[in-house]
Every structure is written in C-alpha cells, then in structure tokens.
Design a protein around this ligand. Structure first.
Ligand SMILES: Nc1ncnc2c1ncn2[C@@H]1O[C@H](COP(=O)(O)OP(=O)(O)O)[C@@H](O)[C@H]1O
Ligand SMILES: [Mg+2]
Length: 1066
C-alpha cells in the first residue's frame, strides 16, 4: 500500500500496462542501444559486442538478457546509486526503468517476500569484473528496502559490517584488482515472513593462503597487515611488538606497500569499528590482532642452514630475538617453538623418531605454520561473525543467498589454487546452464511445447573431468596423496596423462606429442584443461603438497601449547592426547564437497544471475577491449542465453499455483472455481485477452513468453488486490459504521425517548399544574361569582359591624369621657355623633338620667322620701289631668299653711283623737245654694276631714274619711273640688261639699293617701267639668267653664242657673 503513493510515473505505468503493446517503445526511448539483448537484431556476436560497447561508452553498464543482468565494470563511480535510486527502483517493476542491479535485487527481494521463494543471486565473472561490488550493491539495496525498526537495523548493520572485516582479512591487491577477494563467499541472508532481515550465515571457500608468505610481483599481501601497521596507534604497535614500517617484514612485498586510493590507516579504524558493531569483544579484537602480528613476526624468523659434519642436514634459528618475542607474545617457550620449527617427530605404531629438518624443510614448516595460522584465523573470524548474525533455529525463514566467489582465473603460472577456483567457476557455469539453457529446453520438451532446440555448450564433461569420483582429476590427486610409495607432482601428472590421454578437454605435452601437436606454451610439468571460459594451463608443481595441506604435528602441538586462548583454539588437533592417525580430508576433497553443498543449496533456490564483465585488463575507465569482452561473452554463453531466451518463455508456473495466484483476475474464477486448474488458468488468461503468442499451455505448466506480460499480470493482480482490499475495507467499514450507526441510533432513540418522556412529563406536570391553577381560578371565579353576593353582604356586615363597633366604641368612650354633670336637673346630654346612635343615645340619656335619679333618690332622707311620695302620688293622680298640676310640682307640700303648731287655738279644733294633722289650710266653701263662697279652715287628719268656720272657730264639720266616696275636680287651674259623700253617712245627709282650695293638689293627694291608709280604699278622684253635687235630697249639676285667662286671679264666679244647675266660671 505504501508504494501506492501518487507518482507521475506510476500513472504512466498503469497506462502502459493497460495496453500491453507500447511498453517496448517507451523502454527504448531514452536508452542507448538495446537495454535487453533479447531485442537485439540481428542476433550475432558482433552487434552484441557493439551494443555492449555503445552502452558502456555511454556509461550504461547494465544490460539485460531477460532476467539475467550483465554488469560491466565502469572503473569509476557512477551517479546511479544511493537512496534516491533505491527508492525509484523499489517502486517500479523490472522493465520499467533502465537496466540496473537494483532492479534485479528488487525482483529477487520481492519474489522472496511476496512469493515466499528462496532466492540466490549468483554473481560470476573474472577477477576484477565487479562481483564483490555487485554483491555489496545488492546487499545495500536489500538492506534499504527491507523492514525497519531498531532490531532490524542492528541486524542489517551487522550484516553490512561483515564486509569490511572480511575484506580486510580476505582481500588483497592483485594485478587485476586492487581489492580482489582472495576467498569465495556465499552469504545467506535470512528474513522473516514480512521480509525483515533476521540474520545470516556466511560460508567461505578456500582462502588463498599462499599469499600470506608470497605474493606475485605488483601484488600485496592481505590488506589487514598493511592496515594494522599503518592504522594502529603507537601504543598498540608496541603491545604487539610491531614496527610501523612495512619493509621490516619479510612476508610483506617490499615493492608494493600502498594501493592508490586506499587509505589503510582509516580502513583499519573502520575494521575495528566494524568488528565492534558485529559483536567482537575488546579482548577478541586484541587477540585477533595479536595472531595477525604473530604471522608477520613468523615471517621474520630467519632460519639458518646448520648442516652437520656427518652430513645430516639441519637447521636453526638465526636470530633468537624474533622467536623470543613470539614466545613472549603467545605464551610459549621459545625453545619449544624453535624445536617445533626445526625438527619433526615421526610417529609410528611403536616408536617416536625425531628428525631434524633441513633449511628448506624448516622454511617450509615456518611458512606452512604462518599460512595455517592465518587461514584458520580467517575461518575463525567468519565463524565468529556467523555466531553474531546467527538466527534462532525455531524461526521460519526465507533465505536470500548472495554468492560472490572468485572469478575465473587464467594466470601466467596457474597452480592448484587456480585449478580449484576454475573448477568452482565451471560448476557455477553448470548451474547456469542447467537452470537456464538445458533445463529450460528440456522442460519445453517435457511439457509438449513446440520447440526448436538451441545449441549451447554443456560444460558437464569438464566438470566430470575434474570432479568424477574415480576418474576425476581431484580424485586422482587424492589417490596420489594417499598412495604409499614415492609420490610427487610428476607421478601425478603422469597418471593424468595416462588416464585422460583421449579426453577432449585435457591436454598435456604428452597428449600433444601423441597427437603430434607442438605447443611451446605448454611446459613439461603442465597440463591444460579446456574450460568453458578458455584453456588454462596448470603447473602441477605443488599440487600434492597443497592438496595434502599438511602441517607438521609438532607445530600444531606447539601452537596448542601456547598460552594464547585464540591461537590455542585454532589448533584443536594439537591436543597431545589426540593420537588419531586418520588423515584429515585433503584440500581438494574439502573443496569439492563444499562446492557440492553449495550447488545443492543453489539448486534449491530461485537463481538470479549477475554476469560481470571486465571491459579491459587495465582497470581503466571508458576503455572497451572488444577481444577481452568477446572472450567473456563467449564463455559466459551470452549469445546462447539470448537465443534460448528469445525462443523461449520468460516464465512458467504449474497450473495450480498460477491459478491460485491469478484467479482473482477472472470473473468466473473468483471467488470460487470448481473446474480443473488448467481450465481455470485458460479462463483467467482468456478473460484478460492476452495475445496467444504470449502464452503456451504445457502439460502441467503455463508458459508466458515475455516478462512484460508477467509484469502486466502482476500489476493487474496488485491493483486487483488493492481493489479487493478496498472492497473488504469498504464492507468492513460499512459494517462497522452501520453497527456504530445503529448503536448510536438506538442510543439516540433511547436518549431522546427518555428526554422526550422527561420533557413531556415535565410539560405535563406544568400543564397539569397550570390546569389545576386555571381550574382553581375558574372554580374560584365561579364560586366567587356565585358567592359574591354572600361575600359582599357578609363583608358589608362585617365591615359595618366593625365600623359600627368601632364607632360604637368611639361613641361610648367619648361619652364616658364627656359625661354631663350628675345634677339631676341638668338634662343636657350630648347629641349622638351619628344618627344611628340616636335611639341608643336617648336610651343612654334615659339610663343616665334614671341613674342620676336613682342616685338622687338613694341620697334622699326618709322625710324627703315621704314628701316625694306625696308628690308622686299627686303626679299619679293629676298629672296630665289637671292644668294646675304643673304649677304645684315645684312647690313643696308643706301641709300646714296655717301655722298650726304655734296656734294652740287651732290645735284645739282638730280634736284630740285624730292624731297629727295632715293638712291645715284655708279653703272656701261654695254655697250650693247661691253659689256664694265662705272661708273655712280645713284640717285633714288620719280619719277625718274637719271643716272649721273661721269666724266661729268651733263650728265645724267633721267628715269621716270613710264616708268620702268620691272627689271631683276640674281639669282647669282652679282650686274647685267636690267632696262626694256617702248618702248613708251622717254627714252625708247634708249633701256633698263644694270647696275651693289654693292647694287643691296637695290637699287631694293627702286625702287620697289618708283614705288609702285608713280604709284601704282608693279614693276615686274624677277630673271632670260637669259633675253633680248632692244637696240635701236634690242634686245640683255643676258645670265648670274656663273663663278668660288672668281675669280673676283665682277667684271664681258661680252663677246659679236654675235650681238645679250651677255654672262655675273659673
Ligand atoms: N559498479 C561499480 N562502480 C564503480 N566501480 C566499480 C564497480 N564495480 C567494480 N568497480 C571497481 O572495480 C574494482 C573491482 O571490483 P570487484 O568487485 O572487487 O571485483 P571482483 O570482486 O569481481 O574481483 C572495484 O574495486 C571498483 O574499483
Ligand atoms: Mg571480489
């Protein structure tokens, strides 16, 4: 997905792939010559070389043959590497950009990561052709594109840092290459399922250890020696007992100590640093350097010929100091070392024989020791690195192998090393042939694809010549080494000559002679093999020794005895107790078996080829030597490669896996396909309407002619995967959103239902409250309406009551404070403040008055009471009846108007028995006969009325009160009254009396009381104007008339009207 970022070129690619055709055109547009030799026309050697040259001269060092990369060494830094280019190539498929090693690395890595196929990258080519550089580029590309992360980065770092260390110890300047790998290296980088590196395993092949003691002219020993001397600080040098000057050391070539453009000192620092990164401890680094120094110092151990007089040759150390120093450094007795160097212990079944070594033998022994120490140190370093980058066995791994092995070598003088190296290259060529040319063509046949065979050189016969178990050169070499008897290189050669006299690829002086050929280049001690890459003449000298690779036991035992842990561990066979006499496998056999393992390993992986070509022998930029390149193209079989490639199919796959991978591109095959695999594949490809030329249906496999079709399919698949991923994402997201939405909706509904419910409840409560309120109001209003009248009247009443009460209160309190005087005669009374109190006021006035009266009465003396009783009686009798009454009221009843007390005469008149006189007054007696009046004194006692004639003082009339029946008076102011007497009484017989008194009221009142007291009878007093008065036996009617007022001052006039009527005018 990451690589899907928008990129202008990416769009271009999709367009290109949309229509399968214009790809080639775009590819060709800005390319020089043809980028892929498959497109070369005509397909001949010359145009091929021309094309390569043209491209090389235009700095296009990479060219394809299908998926095989041809790389020409530019001998200059080209600006086509680095992160920018890595990023570019990682985003594009193989054919979209210019040919590049990154494109090949990308294909390999993606195939490993995405298709789970183990990969191997086979880098072949002559020494100096650029193999090691290519392997480093591949590794750096993979490191850049594979996963990231702290751990991954440290693994990457360790893998990458293994290079400088191995190069320091395993590379050297040769004539052909300033940095030539002097060992073969195969590195398995292991990845996890995601494509992140986990670690790796490095296998090294046959270090060229002879270089340790001797180098060709113009060459150097391994870089590390120079680096150590140049880069180590003084302190370290002193510790290692070394001197900086390389010329001090016999093993270092005196002529060449520096290489142009190579800074040994700074490289030394890098190596130290790299070792630390990989995980070497300080002590380990120190020990490695000590062993390295030991090798240098061994070279300086000078030996002397000490042949004895008896003819036995012997040797000795010329200068003991060197050995002494070595002994000190490795913790070994110098004598012991000297002994090991100069003598040899032969062990037979029964006894041990010590023989001295002659000078040559001693030198040989010393050099052998140095070579062994160094090569074992190298192996140890490789193992140590492996230990650091090792991957746990439990993890499932994908593997990418990178093979950078020494290239085919044809030197002037070729020895065992070249023989072995070339054998290895021969094998690699065989892999190439097997996997590209042979296997491919055979497969077409097997699968029944129409095919015209392309001829190619099959180097199987050469491989056989070398490695055949019985009849191979290596087998014969081993046989010679093991054979008892006199064994030498020449016996070996003789044997070869004998066995291979008829072999087409083997030549020697002998076989040449037999064929009558005369070749001066062929020495007597030489044999020649016609390798796929050319004829190589090998000198057999040293073959036996080198194959034996023997180190005298004394030396290994001495090394084991050293107190140096690393050195000791390098010589495990030196343990004295280990007495096995079994020979270790020979160098040739070892190499053969490791090559066999390598081959097996390579066959199990998907190969990716980088074929490095060296454009010139002089390491010169821009120089293109056609002959040199022609040789290389020939032996690399490039032309055949192109032919097969052109005729053949770039890609094949079993129907099953193919269908599985691409069935998602077909409508009918996706998502389910029930038919057979082949039908399915036909369906898918049919639906994609690919041109029929592009496809071939084999028996079990589908063949696709051009890579671009495959890339087209891959791109389609990639897009389809994205589509499907999008679809899944879409559906998943849709589902997730739906679920989320539903949940939200549910929640929302729940919330809103609660909210609404709550709101409605609140509203309802509010409405209810309002309704109740309104109802209450309405009801109240109605009730008030109904009851208003009651309310009002009541209110009025209450108010009125209240007001009234308060008014009353005010009134009464006011009254209390303002009471009028208690004088009984004071009738004043305040008026009522309000009319409503009138009655009450009157009542109160009355009450007050009565109270005043009562008080007044209560204060009266009994006498006053008597007087007032009389007055009361008078009032009862006369009030309102008699006009003179009012005048009588204020005048007290004095009773005695005559002064009776002081007049004893009068006292006498009343008689004795009568008790006190109630009334004594002068009255007039009207004569009934004539109406004339005469004065009389009237005394009233308790039982009598006594009339006494004033003149005759004793003449008197006594009238018993019991005989007074009635009294008549007028209603006028006069004093006239009549005493009506009972007829039967004695007095009565004289008739009634008509009298006038000035105090008529008093008189009559007293008389009334006296009668009442005396007789318990109420005297009848009638108020009338007409009454009759009995007179003797007759009665006179008296008529009283009211005369004019004030006329006569109380005097009345009586006029007799007839006998029987008397008219009184008053
Ligand atoms: N791609 C390249 N770019 C620049 N220089 C290169 C390249 N490949 C090789 N060289 C140069 O060629 C020299 C030899 O290359 P190297 O890989 O060591 O050869 P080989 O391993 O095949 O012997 C390198 O030291 C380097 O200077
Ligand atoms: Mg190399």
């Amino acid at each position: 997905m990451n690589s899907m970022k928008k990129h202008p070129l990416r769009r271009k690619r999709t367009q290109i792939l949309g229509s399968a055709e214009p790809l080639d055109m775009t590819l060709m547009e800005d390319s020089v010559g043809v980028g892929d030799l498959v497109l070369l026309e005509p397909l001949e050697e010359e145009p091929l070389l021309k094309n390569l040259q043209l491209r090389y001269e235009n700095k296009e060092i990479y060219t394809y043959i299908g998926n095989v990369l041809i790389s020409m060494n530019p001998y200059q830094q080209l600006p086509i590497y680095g992160p920018e280019f890595i990023a570019k190539y990682r985003d594009y498929t193989f054919y979209e950009l210019k040919p590049h090693i990154y494109a090949l690395a990308n294909v390999a890595y993606q195939s490993l990561r995405d298709r789970d196929r183990d990969q191997c990258i086979l880098i072949t080519g002559e020494s100096g052709a650029g193999k090691t550089e290519a392997s480093k580029l591949v590794m750096s590309y993979v490191a850049a594109v594979c996963g990231k992360g702290e751990q991954v980065n440290s693994v990457k770092e360790q893998l990458l840092q293994s290079n400088p260390v191995l190069e320091a110890f395993g590379n050297a300047k040769t004539i052909r290459n300033n940095n030539s790998s002097r060992f073969g290296k195969y590195m398995d980088i292991e990845f996890d399922f995601k494509g992140s590196p986990l670690g790796g395993v490095i296998t090294n092949y046959l270090l060229e250890k002879s270089r340790v003691v001797k180098q060709l002219e113009g060459e150097r020993n391994f870089h590390i020696f120079y680096q150590l001397l140049a880069g180590a600080d003084a302190h370290l040098l002193e510790a290692l007992k070394l001197e900086r000057d390389t010329s001090h050391y016999a093993y270092l070539n005196q002529k060449v100590s520096r290489v142009d453009g190579m800074d040994d000192a700074s490289n030394f620092k890098s190596v130290q640093n790299a070792m630390t990164v990989i995980g070497f401890s300080e002590v380990e680094i120190q020990q490695v350097l000590e062993v390295t120094a030991l090798v240098l110092k061994l070279g300086n151990v000078e030996l002397a010929d000490e042949s004895q007089a008896n003819g036995t040759s012997a040797s000795g150390i010329r200068d003991g100091r060197g050995v002494q120093e070595i002994g000190e450094m490795i913790g070994l007795n110098s004598e012991e070392l000297e002994k090991a160097l100069c003598s040899r212990t032969m062990k037979t079944a029964k006894e041990e024989v010590v023989t001295t070594l002659n000078f040559t033998q001693a030198q040989y022994a010393r050099d052998a020791l140095a070579k062994n120490i160094y090569s074992r140190l190298f192996n140890w370093i490789v193992n140590r690195i492996n230990e650091s980058i090792k991957v746990g066995s439990g993890e499932k791994k994908k593997v990418m192998g990178v093979l950078d092995i020494y290239g085919f070598e044809i030197l002037k003088d070729n020895s065992f090393e070249q023989f072995v190296i070339n054998y290895c290259n021969e094998k690699l060529q065989q892999v190439f042939i097997e996997m590209t040319l042979k296997e491919e063509q055979e497969e077409y046949k097997r699968e029944g694809i129409p095919w015209t065979k392309v001829d190619y050189f099959d180097n199987g016969i050469i491989c056989n010549l070398i490695e055949h178990n019985q009849q191979g050169i290596l087998a014969m070499l081993d046989e010679e080494c093991l054979r008892p008897g006199v064994v030498s290189d020449s016996t070996f050669l003789a044997k070869l000559n004998q066995v291979f006299s008829k072999h087409g690829f083997y030549e020697s002086k002998v076989t040449q002679n037999a064929q009558r050929q005369y070749d001066h280049t062929m020495g007597l001690s030489c044999f020649r093999i016609c390798h796929y890459a050319g004829k190589v003449t090998y000198n057999v000298n040293g073959f036996i020794d080198k194959n034996n690779d023997l180190l005298f036991r004394d030396l290994s035992q001495a090394m084991w005895k050293a107190q140096h842990p690393l050195l000791q561990s390098l010589f495990p066979e030196g343990v004295p107790t280990q007495t096995s006499l079994k020979r270790p496998p020979t160098a040739g056999a070892q190499f053969k078996s490791s090559v066999a393992i390598l081959m097996k390993n390579l066959y199990s992986k998907n190969p990716n080829y980088i074929r490095c070509i060296k454009p010139n022998e002089h390491q010169q930029r821009g120089q293109f030597s056609s002959e040199l390149v022609a040789v290389q193209t020939r032996y690399l079989g490039l032309l055949e490669n192109v032919r097969v490639r052109r005729a053949g199919y770039a890609y094949r796959q079993r129907y099953g896996p193919f269908l599985e991978r691409y069935r998602l591109l077909g409508r009918s095959t996706w998502p389910r396909w029930n038919g057979g695999d082949r039908e399915g594949v036909e369906k898918v490809l049919g639906e994609l309407s690919l041109s029929s030329e592009e496809l071939a249906f084999g028996k079990t496999k589908i063949f696709i002619r051009s890579p671009k079709t495959l890339f087209y399919l891959e791109e389609k698949r990639r897009l389809r995967l994205q589509q499907l991923a999008t679809l899944i994402q879409k559906i998943y997201r849709g589902w997730r959103c739906r679920i989320h939405y539903q949940l939200m909706r549910k929640s929302q509904i729940l919330i809103s239902s609660w909210f609404r419910g709550n709101m409605q409840r609140k509203r309802y409560a509010k409405i209810k409250a309002s309704v109740v309120l309104i109802q209450a109001f309405v009801r109240g209003w109605k009730a008030r309406k109904d009851y208003r009248k009651y309310f009002r009247s009541g209110a009025a009443l209450t108010l009125a009551d209240f007001i009234y009460k308060s008014m009353t209160q005010k009134f009464l309190l006011g009254l209390r404070n303002n009471l009028p005087s208690t004088n009984i005669l004071d009738r004043t009374w305040p008026a009522a403040p309000y009319r409503c109190f009138n009655t009450a006021n009157q009542e109160l006035q009355q009450l007050f008055y009565r109270w005043k009266c009562k008080r007044f009465r209560d204060r009266l003396s009994p006498k006053q009471v008597e007087i007032l009783k009389e007055k009361l009686c008078a009032s009862e009798l006369f009030k309102g009846k008699k006009a003179s009454y009012p005048q009588s009221v204020p005048i007290p009843f004095c009773g005695d108007y005559l002064g009776l007390q002081g007049n004893p005469k009068l006292q006498k008149l009343k008689g004795g028995e009568e008790g006190p006189v109630l009334m004594a007054d002068t009255v007039k007696k009207v004569n009934r006969g004539n109406g004339k009046t005469s004065s009389r004194i009237l005394l009233l006692t308790k039982g009598h009325v006594i009339l006494i004639d004033t003149k005759k003082s004793q003449a008197k009339t006594v009238i018993g009160l019991d005989s007074v029946a009635e009294v008549s008076v007028t209603s006028f102011k006069d004093g006239l009254f009549s005493l009506h007497l009972n007829e039967i009484s004695s007095v009565g017989s004289r008739g009634d009396f008509l009298l006038v008194s000035e105090h008529v009221i008093e008189l009559l009142t007293k008389m009334y009381q006296a009668v009442l007291d005396a007789t318990q009878r109420q005297l009848l007093i009638s108020v009338t104007e007409k009454f009759s008065v009995r007179f003797k036996e007759s009665s006179v009617a008296v008529k009283v008339i009211q005369g004019p007022e004030g006329d006569r001052n109380g005097k009345l006039k009586c006029k007799k009207k007839g006998s029987r009527c008397l008219e009184v005018t008053v």
